[in-house]
Design a protein around this ligand. Structure first.
Ligand SMILES: C[S@@+](CC[C@H](N)C(=O)[O-])C[C@H]1O[C@@H](n2cnc3c(N)ncnc32)[C@H](O)[C@@H]1O
Length: 399
């Protein structure tokens, strides 16, 4: 598979090779050519991959009472950062197609109108191609909407809730390989002449680069990788998440007071870095297909790596967040009333049968332990707020 010209030139200018994280950043986020930067990737059943919000509005409807509970707490107990009008913010980082933001705004406006009247929607999306589609999707949003960045928000921090649904898995990861004697930072190398001018096809390959520098080496001991032990043979490869701590610090500076809810693929360090997981968690998605090869058609595939729960929690606490706990999505959605919602579908009339079947299938997918149900929900707080999140409490009894 040949390498697009823009990437050949970029790699040639960098001396023919770059660390994997640089490659991942380019192919996802380059504004002209990246899969998200250009807006090429489509999320949804007819797109490249599905996410929970893309399966329908039930996901947002189940999440809305949790967000309303948090926002009500802020509304009734003004903190030191309350604005003159007491406006509260529902911030979504990485809103994709804008479906979750749109459905949540609709659910809040319908179920908690007085609260919704005090809220604004703030979208944090660095990729212009995606932001353009979000603007279209949110054109009729019942809440005031604005697009911003953590840097801009830090100048006037908001109070509210920050949602990060399947966004931290798009932060570039470093891949590291054990060569039998040392850890090396994996790099992406251009093979053959640029533009095939010498008659050879230009290809990409992954190879172990320089020994790991001190900054990347630092977390290894805490992750059980220093020393790697005999069960990790030469070639054993995994990922580190150097982008996570800066993201959490910027998020903390943007949200003066409130909650952060991260929903994503995530594993405990003991499972993430288990000897049997010899190639990490990196996956590529396109056209509803999955591949373990991150070099396929660069700029056309989504690349994603799981989060490490321990790394995320440590980085969050170091950035000023308090951890409120975590659970699997299946448990969270059952606590928020998924069973009752499923039961309620029986009340739909015969004319709505197709819709009921569609929603039933989507609800079951959300809790399927072999798919979206295995996602993790992790809650954090800043400022005077706290308490146990509703989604970690016992489900309400009976339909
Ligand atoms: C996998 S999509 C998830 C979209 C949506 N949250 C959903 O679940 O349907 C990742 C989204 O995060 C955006 N993104 C990537 N890096 C980001 C960053 N550093 N900050 C905010 N958004 C980012 C992408 O452009 C895209 O909109």
């Amino acid at each position: 598979m040949s390498v697009p010209g823009w990437l050949q030139q970029r790699l040639a200018a960098a001396g023919g090779a770059v660390p994997f994280a640089t490659y991942m950043d380019w192919v996802l986020h380059d504004p002209g050519h990246g899969a998200y930067g250009s807006g090429r990737l489509r999320i949804g059943r007819r797109g490249d991959f599905v996410t929970a919000p893309s399966l329908g509005a039930d996901f947002a409807a189940l999440l809305a009472p949790q967000l309303a509970e948090w926002l009500e707490q802020l509304a009734t107990a003004p903190g030191p950062l309350a604005t003159a009008r007491g406006r509260l913010a529902l911030v979504e980082a990485g809103p994709g197609e804008g479906s979750l933001a749109a459905d949540l705004a609709a659910a809040l406006a319908a179920g908690w109108p007085a609260l919704a009247a005090r809220c604004e929607l703030v979208l944090v999306e660095p990729n212009p191609g995606m932001a353009a589609r979000q603007r279209q999707r949110l054109a009729a949003c019942p809440l005031p909407c604005r697009w911003s960045s953590f840097a801009e928000l830090a100048a006037a921090p908001v109070r509210g809730v920050l949602l990060a649904h399947e966004v931290l898995d798009a932060l570039p990861v470093e891949r590291i390989c054990w060569d039998g004697a040392d850890w090396r930072r994996q790099r992406v190398v251009l093979q053959g002449g640029t533009d095939g001018g010498d008659g050879c096809e230009t290809l990409l390959r992954l190879e172990p680069g320089e020994p790991l520098e001190a900054q990347l080496r630092a977390p290894l001991a805490g992750l059980g990788l220093d020393p790697p032990g005999p069960r990790r043979p030469p070639g054993w490869t995994t990922e580190l998440h150097p982008g996570l701590a800066p993201w959490l610090e910027q998020a903390a500076a943007a949200l003066g007071e409130g909650w952060l809810l991260v929903i994503d693929y995530a594993l405990e360090a003991s499972r993430y870095y288990a000897p049997a997981r010899a190639q990490g968690t990196l996956m590529a998605y396109r056209d509803q297909q999955a591949s373990g090869d991150p070099l396929l058609q660069p700029g056309s595939w989504d690349l994603t790596a799981h989060l490490c729960i321990d790394t995320l929690e440590q980085a969050a606490v170091a950035s000023g967040w308090r951890s409120l706990g975590h659970c699997r999505q299946g448990q969270a959605l059952l606590a928020l009333g998924l069973a009752e919602r499923l039961h309620g579908l029986q009340r739909l009339s015969g004319a709505q049968l197709a819709q009921a079947l569609d929603r039933r299938e989507a609800l079951l997918r959300l809790v399927d332990p072999h798919a979206l149900g295995d996602f993790r929900w992790l809650a954090f707080a800043r400022g005077a707020c706290g308490g146990s999140p509703r989604f970690l409490r016992e489900p309400a009894s009976g339909p």
